[in-house]
Design a protein around this ligand. Structure first.
Ligand code: ZN
Ligand code: ZN
Length: 396
């Protein structure tokens, strides 16, 4: 065996995982009064666990973000509940912070098995609409497909070789979902919002991929859709729903003013910068920056409880560093545009990101930044044979 001694500053030394990448621990901690942190395993690039928070009251338990779909996560969920002294049927409410599979995965099953209410933002994407057999117009179909691309562009969106392993139960569950849903949910083939082709089909069997995508893109129907400022009674007190679009259009944070606790979902993570996907309409980055300010300026937030990583104390400080990161990225984009001249999203994404990160996620984030610059009057865009070309102004 070769003895590799790593020294400080040695570039070959293995980097310790970021806290969001740590494997799901079985340990359960009460992180705020009546709030348990339970970690569930996830199989997505760059992330090792998702925090399912359990909020206890005299009716039982509410859970926030109950992990990925599929039997392995479900088994972990049941075992965490048991360690905390609960069963699935004790769950009276499921809250889903946003429509990504590692957050809504088990929500439908809990709703069904425990008769729990399911709370999400009013814009929560409901793919299951199509499962009812409703026929979609071409326009709707195209829009939903577009939304699927945006979903897939998420930084911890399903990677081709890291899709959750499927077993027989999964196959049975997903076989109920129509072919139409899979067709529209697959983020490969067709075109992107910024023009040009989506990435070619991945080197998996098409059937396996369709099945996996169907599994991942089938969020449940909420029983209650909340809006910004709606109170939600959990753990014996009122939390406020804060609509925080940017990471996704339907992202919610929950704020407990009494104890200064913010359930921050994927809006504010302790060490990773959440992915912002440009969607073809609006200015996702602008929404994100504005709602970062919103949570950064809340009175007396003493504790951030993120969906990935450890609880953190300095929410305003973390908000500032994430904003700083985006401002730096826009300056980098400005410099790149100046250096290479008018260019498309893919070429500019190659200037912003190291090669190992090239791909649809880097492109959609670049697109979000370019659209923010354009909509702030800092960049021009034109169409070149179906693909957007941008030129960023030399001075902001
Ligand atoms: Zn997310
Ligand atoms: Zn997440």
């Amino acid at each position: 065996m070769t003895d590799v001694v790593s020294r400080p500053g040695d570039p070959k030394a293995p980097r310790p995982p970021k806290q969001e990448q740590e494997r799901a621990s079985e340990e359960i901690t009460e992180v705020a009064p009546g709030v348990l942190r339970m970690q569930l395993p996830i199989w997505l690039p760059g992330l090792g666990h998702v925090n399912m928070y359990g909020l206890m009251d005299d009716r039982g338990l509410a859970v926030v973000d109950p992990g990925l779909p599929g039997p392995s996560s479900w088994k972990a969920l049941k075992s965490r509940l048991a360690s905390a002294g609960y069963k699935v049927k004790d769950i009276h409410t499921v809250v889903v912070t946003h429509s990504h599979p590692d957050h809504f995965g088990a929500a439908g099953r809990i709703k069904k098995e425990a008769g729990a209410s399911l709370i999400a933002h009013k814009a929560f994407t409901t793919w299951s609409l199509q499962r009812g057999g409703a026929t979609l117009s071409e326009v709707d179909a195209e829009r939903m497909e577009q939304e699927a691309i945006d979903e897939a562009a998420h930084y911890h969106g399903p990677s081709l070789d890291e899709l959750p392993a499927l077993d027989d139960d999964d196959h049975a569950a997903i076989d109920e979902i129509t072919t139409e849903t899979q067709r529209m949910s697959v983020p490969w083939g067709g075109t992107t919002p910024w023009g040009g082709s989506k990435h070619p089909h991945p080197p998996l069997s098409r059937r396996m991929m369709f099945r996996a995508m169907r599994l991942l893109f089938a969020p449940p129907d909420p029983t209650r859709r909340v809006r910004h400022g709606s109170p939600i009674r959990l753990a014996g007190r009122d939390w406020l729903a804060l609509h925080t679009p940017g990471h996704t259009l339907d992202h919610l944070c929950l704020y407990d003013p009494e104890n200064g606790v913010l359930l921050s979902g994927d809006h504010v993570l302790p060490t990773i910068t959440p992915h912002i996907a440009g969607s073809g309409q609006g200015d996702a980055l602008n929404s994100y920056l504005a709602t970062l300010d919103l949570v950064g300026s809340l009175d007396d937030v003493r504790l951030g409880l993120p969906a990935h990583g450890h609880p953190f104390a300095d929410v305003p400080g973390r908000v500032e560093s994430i904003k700083e990161h985006h401002f730096e990225r826009m300056e980098k984009l400005r410099a790149a545009s100046l250096a290479i001249g008018p260019a498309g999203v893919v070429a500019l994404s190659h200037e912003l990101f190291p090669e190992k990160h090239w791909g649809v996620m880097a492109e959609s984030e670049t697109f979000a930044h370019l659209e923010h610059l354009r909509q702030s009057g800092d960049a021009e865009r034109w169409d070149d044979d179906g693909a957007y070309v941008y030129r960023v102004a030399a001075v902001g």
